[in-house]
Design a protein around this ligand. Structure first.
Ligand SMILES: *[C@@H]1O[C@H](CO)[C@@H](O)[C@H](O)[C@H]1NC(C)=O
Ligand SMILES: *[C@@H]1O[C@H](CO)[C@@H](O)[C@H](O)[C@H]1NC(C)=O
Ligand SMILES: *[C@@H]1O[C@H](CO)[C@@H](O)[C@H](O)[C@H]1NC(C)=O
Ligand SMILES: [Zn+2]
Length: 441
């Protein structure tokens, strides 16, 4: 990973602390597992009142001036921790079984939602058992992949601070502590002024609000979805997919992956990917590790399962393009600070020679309100304009490359399964011969 300039390397932190690190440090975050509020019964669903937040003193940030805001934005004074739960809107459309996304004609039709039975999945928001026949089969596949899983010990909960040795061990390439990346990691978009838009931790109650705004603005995003949420809100996942957004894996229960055993990592990635496949009929070939918590052990397991990591842009050892929008709900930050973070990101992004990827979330209403009311309108009004698009297309690849079933393996060959993986054109540009050599080193 190269940083933008030497000056930036020594610039003050972009946000108070990298919230990937911050989240790991806060035990309470590790525990809440990114759950949506309890579902309500009557349609349209109104979520329950949020709990009283902890009282924290946050110094007021300087006011930011935005180029544009949404005329229907929730006032900033109301986007606070413990905000009375705003009304949700129903999905604009629920799609029937068999629907094929118009932007992805190669995809199979949507499966019927009656096939999604929660009892066929592990308990929500808990590490899935590793001794089930399903997980055992995935473990066997990883073992048969030929990928060497490096012998790196799981980290202790608590991130860099409680793992001084692992944090300073550069051979493990632990992104959380210092930002080490490997060649396959996706951390930015190649083209200047291009924003690979991402939202994590849904689908959730306020995702339809975000989808509506994105549809109005004709903007597509990448959604890193949690398997437990996918099983809870499958119709919302189907709407994302049919409406042209990219869907990617964000684990089953949202743990920091480096703290898990190999088998637990396989179970987390496997179940979340299966949930998406069952609901959409397509299998993502990318994932984002919760909290960006990835090292070479997690990378190798994901690669053996055919998934490429997508992180977000970092411009210094602890300065990442993280709005910190997730933390308004818990009272750890304010929407005003999130907008300051956004303007700093924007300032740095426009001076970079590449595009960029920013961390945002669609789990809590405050983050969605900040996005639809302020951040996105400000970005849309920017001159010169940003190209705002999903990560897969920001990489100049078609959406079909994002899924195993629709990828023709030409512009986006599957990640190698050990050793060398050579593709050579055999005839007429349609047949690729994959030659696999066992690595002997
Ligand atoms: C770094 O981690 C590797 C395992 O990936 C281990 O073999 C090596 O001894 C560690 N180095 C230090 C200095 O702890
Ligand atoms: C980049 O971020 C740093 C740290 O927040 C900030 O001080 C700086 O002004 C930003 N750069 C630009 C060009 O806005
Ligand atoms: C692409 O590669 C995957 C994984 O190796 C394979 O399952 C799939 O059939 C290939 N698709 C095409 C069109 O060759
Ligand atoms: Zn997340």
């Amino acid at each position: 990973m190269k940083f933008a300039t030497t000056t930036l390397l020594f610039a003050p932190l972009l946000v108070a602390a990298d919230s990937a690190y911050e989240d790991l440090r806060l035990a309470r975050h590790a525990k809440i597992a990114r759950q949506a509020p309890t579902p309500a019964s009557a349609p349209p669903p109104s979520p329950p009142a949020t709990t009283t937040p902890p009282v924290v003193a946050i110094p007021p940030p300087p006011a930011v001036s935005l180029l544009s805001t949404n005329p229907t934005a929730v006032p900033l004074t109301q986007i606070v921790a413990g905000q009375p739960s705003p009304a949700t809107i129903p999905l604009a459309t629920t799609y029937t079984a068999g629907t094929v996304p118009s932007g992805l004609p190669e995809a199979p039709g949507l499966p019927s939602l009656s096939s999604i039975v929660p009892s066929n999945y592990p308990p929500l928001d808990k590490l899935p058992p590793t001794d089930s026949p399903q997980v055992k089969a995935w473990i066997a596949e990883v073992a048969a992949s030929g990928i060497q899983i490096p012998n790196i010990l799981p980290t202790l909960p608590g991130g860099c601070g409680t793992n001084a040795q692992a944090a300073s061990n550069t051979t493990n390439c632990w992104w959380t502590c210092g930002g080490c990346t490997r060649e396959d990691d996706i951390t930015s978009c190649p083209d200047k002024m291009t924003w690979g838009l991402t939202y994590d931790d849904g689908p959730a109650f306020y995702t339809p609000n975000l989808l509506q705004y994105l549809a109005e603005q004709k903007i597509k995003s990448t959604f890193f979805t949690v398997g437990s949420r996918v099983i809870s809100a499958p119709a919302t996942l189907q709407a994302m997919h049919v409406e042209g957004h990219q869907i990617s894996v964000h684990t089953w229960a949202h743990p920091p992956l480096t703290t898990l055993t190999n088998d637990e990592i396989i179970a987390e990635l496997g179940w979340s990917r299966k949930a998406i496949k069952d609901v959409l009929g397509v299998t993502p070939n990318t994932f984002r590790p919760p909290y960006g918590d990835i090292d070479d052990r997690v990378r190798a397991i994901a690669k053996a399962m055919g998934m490429v990591p997508v992180l977000w842009t970092r411009i210094g050892p602890y300065a990442t393009f993280d709005t910190d929008d997730f933390n308004i709900n818990g009272g750890i930050t304010t929407v005003q600070q999130v907008l300051v973070n956004w303007k700093n990101i924007l300032g740095n992004a426009t001076s970079m020679n590449t595009g960029f990827i920013v961390l945002e979330h669609d789990l809590f209403p405050q983050a969605v309100e900040a996005a639809t009311g302020y951040i996105l309108p400000d970005a849309i009004a920017h001159q010169p304009p940003f190209k705002i698009e999903p990560v897969i297309t920001c990489l100049n690849k078609p959406l079909r490359d994002a899924y195993v079933e629709t990828n023709d393996n030409k512009t986006n060959p599957p990640v190698a399964s050990g050793g060398f993986f050579l593709s050579s054109r055999v005839s007429a540009g349609i047949i690729y011969l994959a030659v696999y050599f066992c690595s002997t080193s």
